[in-house]
Design a protein around this ligand. Structure first.
Ligand code: SAH
Length: 280
């Protein structure tokens, strides 16, 4: 386990918490610049750690909120930067509404890589509270987020995110600028929620995207036929693979489908108390 020391605090970096601390001053500044935040904006940082990015954020806004799960690091930030409103907790659980009470929040973070997807989906679910999110993540995941149709990176993550947000790949960051050094390179992306949702039933759309990309080599028809009535979809479309369709085309396709069974029904069945007679 790598020991990391900074000012009066040293910790054993916790792999589980994705602790790879930035040791470079220029990259945090570049992240802040690309985020487009301006003085007076409401900002939320995920996982400030020892404050590499926080210090750069403070060059633009004089106070903001940060959520840090590590107790020692939370204490460090409180001591070092009393101007930051530090919430000790898990970003995946802390309610975001109170933070966004005075206006939409710009989210920034060099995020723990092991929970990148849950963080992205939490941001997506809270998109009405968010003006933008500028995040550093594993390079490979950043490519998947910003991927274009027809590429091997294009799949569930790209479609989910790009349906509701403008997603931009910004720049790559090599592993050498972190301590401890991660095994992969990183990249920074920015996502900005669209002003209006392109689909009314976003839960239904999420299920649809999972279903249509379930087996990438299969045709759209083969992926969908168990779950949806596809009779109103042109045959030529059904013969394609999901990765051939642009996000907009996938949304249009979703609007043509009717689920064969209600998803609520399966939830009820699953939570029903065990019935003695059914096991006979
Ligand atoms: N921003 C700092 C630290 C990045 S490492 C820098 O760039 O140097 C990721 C940080 O996220 C660590 O400080 C880690 O403790 C914190 N973290 C991990 N899981 C978290 C969670 N669920 N919620 C909030 N913070 C978390």
């Amino acid at each position: 386990m790598t020991k990391v020391e900074y000012k009066h605090t040293h910790i054993a970096a916790k792999k589980k918490l994705g602790q790879n601390f930035l040791t470079d001053r220029n990259i945090p500044r570049k992240i802040v610049r690309e985020s487009g935040i301006a003085p007076g904006d409401r900002v939320l940082e995920i996982g400030p750690g020892f404050g590499a990015l926080s210090t750069a954020i403070l060059e633009t806004v004089h106070s903001f909120t940060a959520i840090e799960k590590d107790k020692e690091l939370a204490r460090f930030i409180r001591q070092e930067h009393p101007e930051i409103e530090l919430i000790e907790g898990d970003f995946l659980k802390v309610p975001l509404e109170p933070i966004a009470e005075g206006g939409k929040i710009a989210v920034l973070g060099n995020i723990p890589y092991s929970i990148t997807s849950p963080i992205l989906f939490r941001l997506l679910d809270n998109r009405h509270l968010i003006s933008s999110a500028t995040l550093m993540m594993q390079h490979e995941v950043a490519l998947r987020l910003a991927a274009e149709p027809g590429t091997k990176e294009y799949g569930i993550l790209a479609v989910q995110l790009q349906a509701f947000c403008e997603v931009k790949y910004l720049f790559k960051v090599g592993r050498a600028v972190f301590k401890p050094r991660p095994e992969v390179d990183s990249a920074v992306i920015r996502m900005v929620p669209k002003a209006t949702d392109p689909v009314a039933d976003s839960e239904g759309f999420r299920r649809f995207v999972r279903c249509i990309f379930h087996q990438r080599r299969k045709t759209i028809l083969n992926n969908l036929k168990e779950e949806y009535d596809t009779s109103s979809v042109p045959e030529i479309t059904l013969k394609l693979r999901a990765e051939a369709l642009e996000v907009k085309e996938l949304i249009d396709l979703f609007e043509l489908l009717r689920p064969l069974k209600s998803p609520d029904k399966s939830v009820i069945t699953a939570t029903e108390p065990p019935d003695a007679s059914s096991s006979v």
